[in-house]
Design a protein around this ligand. Structure first.
Ligand code: SAH
Ligand code: SF4
Ligand code: F3S
Length: 512
């Protein structure tokens, strides 16, 4: 199905049976395409098509002349990278970027739906922006990203935030020119959210936020459907980019002087599963990228279930493949993992860790953990604590479970009080801090390779950068070191950062 057919079919199907449309039809006229979580759930068998013919229609060229845009990004790296694409489209349309909302003619909130507090932040921000919009009626205000893929959010904006001019989702950011043009003309809110993913569009313009580290999407979407998670609904089914497109993008970044690449996907270990014509998985991709002349390559996020032996074998070859793996475990209890739909047990996770450590003895493992999943018992929580110690994670992102409307877990009865959940989170965080400090202390006295990113936020005389294991290091050094790999002797460890001294620049790693 091409883009036009998809639009037509969604337009034809959706509004007829849509309660939303009945309720709010007076607010829109032109493009009105609301999201449906039910439709988003369905995984079609249609083949993914790859396009590399994106171009800005002549009708829209110059639309942004004399205008400025501002994008505020919430959520994960995927969203950060989508913002880079939208910024690229804005520039192609003639807009200029601005750092302040007051100065902007178009403001986009690129939102995240992963937990309730992520959504609350956006609704809070909309409250602030309302007064700006009243002062400046010509200002265009848009909500995009994962929240826009949810019916309940779109309904709430239609009801309570009518000053918003446009809502569009994660699948149609390449339609930004059309959506903007529509919003300039329409008196009503423009809503264009595709419930189902589109094809893969290869040559979208991008304005990367940094010149030292870059993100490269290797796949989109997620088919795992963990019972608590909204992502499979907001990002659609798993679609992998073709290896040659990824390798070419990494090569180009290397040629432009980028020193580090993070490969992105919600579940990068499923990379290639959807290819019908070739047998090519993440291990193969990493093996090919190992040969590209760029100092560091990482990936995020890994699902333990699809982490295969070939990948471990390739990562063990190291070179430019960083010895840091973020491997979300979510819980240390097999019973909870089962209800979460993670499709592995505590024992299987520990076995995977054992294999990784055997192949890469100095690997740094980090993780994500959810506490207070519905009906989690004290014993089950203790299993998470003991697993944390057993693996010896270097650090973790920890969260209190947040029910997401439309997911199976949101329908579960929950007998755990918020007070208990908070206590568990506190205990877990104490453990995380203890282990992080321990890991950091183990670097004292070592000389580590640091990719220098810039001046430290608080003191311009101090430079900061990251090690291969992604530890933040602060040290004194010349500005000429920014963007380079240097060797730093670690003098003092703090819980989250390391202080060091740069080793004589002549001894530093030469950047090729
Ligand atoms: N694809 C990644 C996770 C992306 S979301 C993976 O599977 O590893 C990032 C993290 O947010 C998850 O690992 C999980 O720990 C957390 N998370 C997701 N949904 C959540 C929810 N409903 N409540 C609390 N935390 C959640
Ligand atoms: Fe969400 Fe699970 Fe997919 Fe991660 S793997 S994005 S937690 S459904
Ligand atoms: Fe949030 Fe969407 Fe990322 S829900 S975590 S921005 S994929």
């Amino acid at each position: 199905m091409n883009e036009k057919q998809r639009l037509e079919s969604q337009q034809a199907q959706r509004p007829k049976d849509s309660k939303v449309e009945k309720d709010y039809s007076k607010y829109f006229q032109s493009v009105y395409m609301p999201p449906s979580l039910k439709d988003a759930r369905r995984r079609g068998r249609e083949e993914v098509k790859y396009h590399d013919d994106f171009k800005i229609d002549t009708r829209y060229q110059g639309m942004g002349d004399g205008r400025k845009f501002y994008i505020r990004t919430y959520g994960c790296q995927m969203n950060e990278h989508d913002t880079e694409v939208m910024a690229g489209i804005f520039l192609s349309l003639g807009y200029e970027p601005t750092e302040t909302v007051e100065d902007a003619d178009v403001i986009l909130l690129n939102t995240c739906a992963i937990r309730e507090n992520a959504e609350n932040k956006v609704f809070g921000e909309l409250g602030h922006l309302k007064s700006l919009k009243l002062e400046k009626p010509d200002l265009l205000l848009g909500v995009c990203g994962c929240m826009a893929q949810q019916e309940s959010v779109v309904n709430r904006i239609l009801q309570k935030h009518q000053f918003v001019d446009m809502i569009f989702g994660t699948h149609n950011i390449h339609r930004l020119p059309e959506i903007l043009s529509e919003a300039y003309m329409a008196k009503e809110m423009v809503v264009e959210v595709w419930s189902k993913e589109g094809d893969v569009i290869e040559n979208l313009p991008k304005v990367r936020a940094g010149k030292i580290k870059g993100w490269v999407n290797i796949m989109y979407g997620c088919d795992k459907f963990c019972t608590y998670c909204i992502v499979p609904y907001t990002r659609g089914k798993e679609r992998s980019r073709r290896p040659e497109d990824i390798i070419q993008e990494v090569r180009q970044l290397a040629a432009h002087g980028y020193q580090e690449i993070t490969l992105l996907g919600q579940n990068v270990n499923a990379y290639g599963k959807d290819f019908e014509d070739i047998e090519y998985r993440l291990g193969d991709l990493m093996d090919d990228l190992r040969k590209v002349n760029i100092p560091r390559i990482r990936f995020t996020t890994s699902h333990p279930r699809d982490f295969d032996d070939h990948l471990i074998e390739v990562l063990a070859k190291k070179g430019n493949l960083a010895e840091h793996i973020h491997l979300p475990v979510q819980s240390g209890s097999s019973d909870i993992l089962k209800i979460m739909g993670r499709k592995y047990t505590r024992e299987q996770y520990l076995e995977l860790v054992r294999k990784i450590k055997a192949a890469i003895p100095d690997v740094s493992l980090t993780t994500d953990i959810i506490v207070g999943f519905p009906n989690e018992t004290d014993e089950q929580f203790e299993e998470t604590m003991s697993l944390y110690k057993e693996v010896g994670f270097e650090t973790a992102y920890t969260f209190i479970y947040s029910p997401r409307e439309g997911t199976p877990a949101a329908k579960m009865q929950d007998n755990v009080s918020m007070e208990v959940k908070r206590e568990r989170l506190q205990r877990l965080n104490d453990l995380v801090n203890e282990y992080s400090r321990k890991a950091m202390e183990s670097f004292e006295g070592q000389t580590l390779e640091v990719l220098v990113e810039g001046e430290s936020k608080n003191n311009p005389e101090i430079l900061s950068g990251y090690t291969r294991k992604n530890k933040l290091v602060n040290f004194r050094g010349p500005k000429s070191a920014i963007g380079k790999l240097v060797m730093v002797k670690i003098k003092k460890a703090k819980t989250w950062t390391l202080d060091g001294e740069m080793v004589d620049i002549s001894e530093s790693v030469e950047v090729i």
